[in-house]
Design a protein around this ligand. Structure first.
Ligand code: PEP
Length: 245
């Protein structure tokens, strides 16, 4: 299973989503085994749910709260994003770790809540430049993955996103991606047993149609979590085409 997931972050209005879907759906030729997903800002979920109805495009949320309901102003629950059409949720994106104090302690109950709701959690992990320069990359990733046995996810996807490669135009080298993805696969099988061998591991960080084919050829890379390039429907289509080739 390969996945190409568009992370729109805090971009696009309704009219942009409409134009995006018109271009996407006019040319999209689904390929078996390749999942196309879009993670829009919350207000666009109903718009995309309507526009993508009847297509295989899946909706992702960019985050959701661990609690089922209650006095959490500004938050949304797993049930609410599912009700809005999502089948999956990004958790622990580095921007949420950086700006919203997301930590392993907050992510553990979110993974549990996503699974309890029947949503696929896509856990985002990755090291900062300072951590890579200090040779701490694998230790950081080990720590970020260490919540998995307790979370005991029924389904799971991982997105490896070196923080220094997100939105910077600086892509990790094939050798760096190969080393890290092999390490993540080993950790997943240690932590989750046989199920760990099946978890898709995506790469994210300045993916474009120009570099994606090379990245997709790296062992244990099962797709891309894409920010900037995913805002443009033609580029997203090209990424899907590359994943299906
Ligand atoms: C992301 O937001 O997950 C991401 C990888 O962004 P970009 O593709 O813009 O680097």
């Amino acid at each position: 299973m390969k996945l190409v997931i568009a992370n729109w972050k805090m971009n696009h209005l309704r009219r942009d989503a409409e134009a995006f879907c018109a271009t996407l759906l006019a040319s999209y030729k689904p390929v078996e085994g390749v999942v196309a997903g879009i993670a829009p800002p919350y207000p666009l979920l109903p718009v995309l749910a309507r526009l993508c109805a009847g297509s295989p495009v899946r909706l992702y949320a960019q985050n959701a709260h661990a609690e089922a309901r209650g006095a959490y102003t500004g938050e949304v629950s797993m049930a609410q994003i599912q009700d809005a059409g999502c089948t999956a949720v990004l958790l622990g994106h580095s921007e949420r770790r950086q700006y919203c104090a997301e930590t392993e302690a907050t992510l553990l109950p979110k993974i549990k809540a996503a699974c309890a709701q029947g949503l696929l959690p896509m856990l985002c992990i990755g090291e900062t430049l300072a951590q890579r320069d200090a040779n701490e990359t694998l230790d950081v990733l080990r720590r970020q993955l260490a919540i998995l046995p307790e979370a005991a996810p029924e389904s799971l996807a991982i997105a490896y996103e070196p923080v220094w490669a997100i939105g910077t135009g600086r892509v990790a080298t094939v050798a760096q991606i190969a080393e890290v993805h092999a390490f993540i696969r080993k950790e997943l099988t240690t932590l989750l047993g046989a199920a760990g061998a099946e978890v898709p591991i995506l790469y994210g960080g300045s993916v474009t149609p120009d570099n994606f084919a090379e990245i997709m050829r790296v062992p244990h890379v099962a797709g891309g979590l894409v920010g900037g390039a995913s805002l443009d429907a033609s580029k997203f289509l090209k990424l899907l085409e590359i994943a299906g080739a």
